[in-house]
Write a protein that binds this ligand. Sequence first.
Ligand SMILES: *[C@@H]1O[C@H](CO)[C@@H](O)[C@H](O)[C@H]1NC(C)=O
Ligand SMILES: *[C@@H]1O[C@H](CO)[C@@H](O)[C@H](O)[C@H]1NC(C)=O
Ligand SMILES: *[C@@H]1O[C@H](CO)[C@@H](O)[C@H](O)[C@H]1NC(C)=O
Length: 257
Amino acid sequence: MVQFLLLLLGMISPLYATAANRPTNIFILAGQSNMAGRGGVRHHVWDGIIPPECKQDPFIFRLNAKLTWEPAKEPLHKDIDLNETTGIGPGMAFANTVLNNDSGFGTIGLVPCAVGGTSIREWEHGTLLYNQLVNRTNVARKGGGRIRAILWYQGESDSITRQDATSYEKNLKRFFTNLRVDLRLPVVPIIQVALPSISYRYDDIVRQTQGGMKLQNLLYVDANGLELQDDQMHLTTQSQVRLGKRLADAFLQFQSS
Ligand SMILES: *[C@@H]1O[C@H](CO)[C@@H](O)[C@H](O)[C@H]1NC(C)=O
Ligand SMILES: *[C@@H]1O[C@H](CO)[C@@H](O)[C@H](O)[C@H]1NC(C)=O
Ligand SMILES: *[C@@H]1O[C@H](CO)[C@@H](O)[C@H](O)[C@H]1NC(C)=O
């Protein structure tokens, strides 16, 4: 009898979560422009093309700037990265890939927090972006959902001068450590993206930091080799789809290990 009730509860609860717009699996998206998404943006205009991998799904939600859940759709960061035109980022392709892998995964809540052009020091403990990240994450988990991972793609702005590039390791480690403390999630998985090696003078130093950093449950995927737009800075829509899949693969492999 008890088993039957539990089974029934198990069947109803995902439906309830969907109806109540309280996603059970929460992912934080943070960093700078390539996380916020510039795929399909040219001369400050987004082409509006949404590949099938980034399509809407009744199981994927987004925490908007007004701190309420709504059905997620591209561009995910449009009301967060306000001062720039946003396009396709990795978030929707990530979420769709995770759902395709496991139909019983439940609902996904994406929490966009990325802002273009930001350096690691602008994410330091106590800054506006840091507080916003912590606050949005805390709002997101209020409905009982679990923070499954933080996806982080940043570092272009720290690749311009040698000084920023060489202090990146220290600054990044401190940021991750503080964030886990303030969220009271000491081992929450963080999946970071190693920058493609592009036109920035010191991106090799930053890439090395990203690929080599050792922290518990810190993973990375490499964006090197992904096609860039004409600006030689931003991933194309198709590259963002590939990156989203890579992030999902990293998460799924980590989860099943
Ligand atoms: C947008 O620009 C204004 C004015 O420069 C600035 O105060 C604000 O922080 C910017 N917002 C974002 C999200 O970048
Ligand atoms: C889901 O991901 C796991 C871990 O990467 C993998 O072993 C498994 O084959 C995937 N399943 C499907 C249906 O894609
Ligand atoms: C974050 O939340 C704290 C406490 O509720 C509040 O004082 C602060 O203004 C918030 N900061 C941002 C950036 O939303």
